[in-house]
Design a protein around this ligand. Structure first.
Ligand code: ADP
Ligand code: ADP
Ligand code: ZN
Length: 208
């Protein structure tokens, strides 16, 4: 299964991706995670990406598309994969079409007005990427792996505002793009996490 997860920042892509990877055994490829890993390791890609991530802007397409193209060539992607956070604009979607054929694009639909609280309250495991929220989780260690649970530097009110604007201008048009190709499936991302996942499973079981 070759799957793309689409949705605004904070829609729940990462949260659902972890569950999907567990249930279906497919690789989870998050471009945001790849950039953050490079940033931590101080690689040239990380240094280049930092300025954009800090401002809530998209990292340039050439850098991002190259990373994804290389990642998809790896052996673990041959059985299928799930892209989380890519593509984020029409240019990237067209580049992806040249790399591979996607089976389904799963759009996690949310009310954009509710996302500020989700994102400024988000906490993530620095080791495994698990997402938590301060409203329900106040510990400092990850329940899954024991790693440190931290707040992302770009989950501040100012940067979130910018990211939501970038989403509306550049990423939201992809809903239409994939709808026209007959690949789009949507789930209601405002429901509780487990209810969203139940809907996701219905969609994915039908395309598998
Ligand atoms: P994304 O990867 O799309 O940016 P995350 O999966 O990291 O989003 O979720 C953003 C925040 O919202 C996290 O704090 C997460 O725990 C929380 N969250 C995710 N899904 C839901 C949901 N269905 N209802 C309420 N909060 C959610
Ligand atoms: P979110 O939880 O908001 O969906 P991500 O972890 O996917 O955030 O992305 C964090 C940042 O990494 C983005 O604001 C952007 O700067 C950069 N980034 C991630 N994916 C892409 C992409 N496909 N194209 C350009 N920049 C990206
Ligand atoms: Zn963890």
């Amino acid at each position: 299964m070759k799957l793309v997860l689409l949705g605004a920042p904070g829609a729940g892509k990462g949260t659902q991706a972890v569950k999907i990877a567990e249930k279906y055994g497919i690789v989870h490829i998050s471009t945001g995670d790849i950039f953050r890993k490079n940033l931590k390791e101080g690689t040239p890609v990380g240094l280049k990406a930092k300025a954009y991530i800090d401002k809530g802007q998209l990292v340039p397409d050439e850098v991002t598309c190259e990373i994804v193209a290389e990642r998809l060539k790896e052996a673990d992607c041959q059985k299928g994969f799930m892209l989380d956070g890519f593509p984020r604009n029409v240019y990237q979607a067209q580049a992806l079409e040249k790399m591979t054929d996607i089976d389904v694009v799963l759009n996690i639909a949310v009310d954009l007005n509710k996302l500020m609280a989700r994102l400024t309250g988000r906490r993530v495991c620095a080791a495994c990427g698990e997402s938590y929220h301060v409203s329900t989780f106040t510990q400092s260690k990850c329940l899954k792996c024991g790693g440190d649970v931290i707040q992302r530097a770009d989950d501040t009110e100012e940067t979130v505002g910018k990211r939501l604007q970038v989403y509306t201008e550049q990423t939201q048009p992809l809903i239409d793009f994939y709808q026209k190709k007959g690949k789009l499936q949507s789930v209601d991302g405002m429901a509780a996490i487990d209810d969203v996942f139940a809907d996701v499973v219905k969609v994915l079981d039908a395309v598998r």
